[in-house]
Write a protein that binds this ligand. Structure first.
Ligand code: GDP
Ligand code: MG
Length: 163
């Protein structure tokens, strides 16, 4: 079975853009992948030598507006539980937020391989701008640009280095 990568992060950091970039929008037929639930967004990706399944999170309307944070947290937990590796996406332009800290706290206890990725980093001087993300306690943030397709190969190589 192909390794499963969960894309997690607060709203608007570029998870779906990354998902579309990695999977070229081809939806996986979920029935082909035993053990994965149906209420999330799965896609098949291939990059260099790696073939994988990606899970997007946060793209689903909650039943009611007030339930959105609960629903996001639930989707994140479920996707992480199903994943072999987690790509935690933060926003290189908007910087750290309280929600990033909450997600990081959960991920540090999840016992999964986590790769911290700073998206929207195209054309940025990354070293000074990304320093604050070390606070998340998840190691060095990797600059990428999902919109421009920058850093994709290094990101997947690292996320799947054990597979
Ligand atoms: P999600 O809520 O995490 O799924 O984020 P989306 O994929 O919907 O993207 C949120 C916004 O960020 C959109 O306006 C995207 O066009 C923009 N975005 C995504 N990736 C990049 C990127 O690499 N660079 C820049 N500058 N914008 C991006
Ligand atoms: Mg999305």
């Amino acid at each position: 079975m192909k390794p499963v990568i969960a894309l997690v992060g607060r709203p608007n950091v570029g998870k779906s853009t990354l998902f579309n970039r990695l999977t070229k929008s081809r939806d996986a037929i979920v029935a082909d992948f035993a053990g994965l639930t149906r209420d999330r967004h799965y896609g098949e990706g291939r990059l260099g030598p790696h073939a994988f399944i990606a899970i997007d999170t946060g793209g689903f309307e909650p039943e009611c507006k007030s339930g959105i944070f609960k629903e996001m947290a639930k989707q994140t937990r479920q996707a992480v539980a199903e994943a072999d590796a987690v790509i935690f996406v933060v926003d290189a332009r908007n910087g750290l937020s309280a929600q990033d800290h909450d997600i990081a706290k959960f991920l540090r206890t999840a016992n999964k391989k986590v790769l911290l990725v700073a998206n929207k980093a195209e054309g940025m001087q990354t070293a000074p701008q990304l320093a604050e993300f070390y606070e998340l306690g998840l190691g060095e943030p990797m600059p990428v640009s999902a919109a421009h397709g920058q850093g994709m190969r290094d990101m997947i190589d690292l996320a799947l280095e054990d597979f």
